[in-house]
Design a protein around this ligand. Structure first.
Ligand code: HEC
Ligand code: HEC
Length: 218
């Protein structure tokens, strides 16, 4: 009788020690390890594609290989309503809730780095009626920021536009010109781009400059 009690006590003690030892490996709040950029990207691939190559049917641009600083800046803009909150911005309104799936800045950073690590796809031509030669002279206005080969300039916060799909470039030029993008008072970099889009008189002029950009590759 006495022996059994002692053994039970020892067993209980052993269990407590074991739990104490191994319990130390589990975080006190039971938190799961942080999701990697690749894991976070799983929620993006339904629209942007598994390789970030984009999907014109969903108006989702290619984002693969864009610099992390730019991806991050745009995710922050979407999250805070600086981009994609205008009532006429149908595509932006679809992107906005997606940007809010990242739970904090650290997740935004990790997914941006993953997007930047993906190889940039080759753009497929979808617009037929742009005049690249006429567009080349209009592009003189753009080079100061986007560079002679459209590779962008981080110091000026101008993204690379070389290698981006023509339909997306055209759509963004229209958005800037119409004030659907770049008019939020907190959109400092969008405000720099907007007057540039306004130098392009009409859709034809936009298509021409886009045809010129399509001659660049990333
Ligand atoms: C429901 C479809 C959908 C999902 C899911 C989605 N996006 Fe988007 N995303 C879009 C659309 C549409 C646009 C274009 C918005 C526009 O026209 O201004 C866009 C634009 C972007 C841009 C701006 C690209 C540029 O060149 O300025 C980035 C960056 C981006 N998405 C990243 C992401 C990331 C990262 C995720 C996952 C966390 C994600 N998206 C999930 C639809 C989606
Ligand atoms: C004063 C510098 C400046 C000049 C000049 C300029 N841009 Fe931009 N552009 C920017 C900045 C900054 C952004 C990013 C805006 C943002 O953060 O949303 C941008 C964004 C863009 C985008 C959107 C890219 C994307 O991935 O969504 C396109 C397209 C574009 N510019 C084309 C042009 C064209 C074409 C011209 C010439 C007519 C031009 N830009 C002239 C600074 C400039």
């Amino acid at each position: 009788m006495h022996q059994t009690t002692t053994r039970r006590l020892l067993a209980l003690l052993g269990a407590a020690v074991t739990a104490g030892l191994f319990g130390g490996c589990i975080k006190p709040d039971g938190a799961a390890p942080p999701l990697s950029g690749k894991e976070l990207f799983a929620s993006c691939s339904s629209c942007h594609g598994v390789g970030g190559e984009g999907n014109p049917t969903l108006a989702a641009p290619s984002i693969a290989g864009l610099p992390a600083w730019y991806v991050e800046s745009q995710l922050v803009k979407f999250r805070t309503g600086i981009r994609g909150a205008h009532p006429d911005d149908l595509e932006g309104l679809r992107m906005r809730p997606m940007s809010r799936q990242m739970k904090d800045e650290a997740e935004v950073k990790r997914v941006s780095e993953y997007v930047a690590s993906l190889p940039a796809p080759k753009a497929v031509k979808t617009l037929a009626d742009g005049d690249a030669t006429a567009g080349a002279s209009a592009y003189a206005t753009c080079l100061a920021c986007h560079g002679p080969a459209g590779l962008g300039n981080e110091a000026l916060k101008a993204p690379p536009i070389a290698g981006q799909s023509d339909w997306y470039l055209l759509a963004q030029l229209k958005k800037f010109k119409d004030g659907v993008r770049g008019t939020n008072p907190k959109d400092v970099t969008g405000a720099q781009m907007r007057p540039m889009a306004m130098t392009l008189a009409d859709e034809k002029a936009m298509k021409n400059v886009v045809a010129h950009i399509a001659t660049f590759s990333r």
